[in-house]
Design a protein around this ligand. Structure first.
Ligand code: IDP
Ligand code: MG
Length: 153
């Protein structure tokens, strides 16, 4: 059985503001397994597919302009419950409403510059991982402390 996976991307504002290490560190410290990581300037085609669900929204073209404006740091994380937990660590879409302690709550103020993307469910994560990564870019590996990462009482 394939373990649960999620797609996370540090958006161009997070990269430009020098927040890659800060953001990566939060997921690393939490204990999720990083199985893919790359920096990429997304094409318009990739960005439009990624945000396809928002195609009809008034902010769509601005969102695509922004996400293609510079490097994005894309990654795949693996672990039980990682999709929901990563969304919790990320915080609410509107940074001013995101709780302190979350990435957006601590590091952002503007909804259009909210530093990070995370998949919102299993179907989205499968779609987004396939969109951003080739299978050969994803590493299957077993952390030496794997026994501590699984849920137990
Ligand atoms: P999410 O990133 O928390 O999943 P979504 O509703 O999926 O939020 O929206 C995708 C991205 O589109 C948001 O992260 C944000 O950058 C941008 N966005 C969403 N709503 C607005 C808006 O009303 N104005 C400008 N940008 C928006
Ligand atoms: Mg979303």
């Amino acid at each position: 059985m394939v373990a649960e996976r999620t797609f996370i991307a540090i958006k161009p504002d997070g990269v430009q503001r020098g927040l890659i290490g800060e953001i990566l560190g939060r997921f690393e410290r939490k204990g999720f397994k990083l199985i893919a990581l790359k920096q990429i300037i997304p094409s318009r085609e990739l960005a439009e597919k990624h945000y396809g669900i928002h195609r009809e929204k008034p902010f769509f073209s601005g969102l695509v302009d922004f996400i293609t404006s510079g490097p994005v740091v894309a990654m795949v994380l693996e672990g039980d419950g990682v999709i929901t937990s990563a969304r919790t660590l990320i915080g609410a879409t509107k940074p001013l409403e995101a709780n302190p302690g979350t990435i957006r709550g601590d590091l952002a103020v503007n909804i259009g510059r909210n530093v990070i993307h995370g998949s919102d469910g299993p179907d989205t994560s499968a779609f987004e991982i396939g969109l951003w990564f080739q299978p050969s870019e994803i590493n299957n590996w077993s952390p030496s402390d794997q026994i501590w990462r699984v849920e137990s009482e």
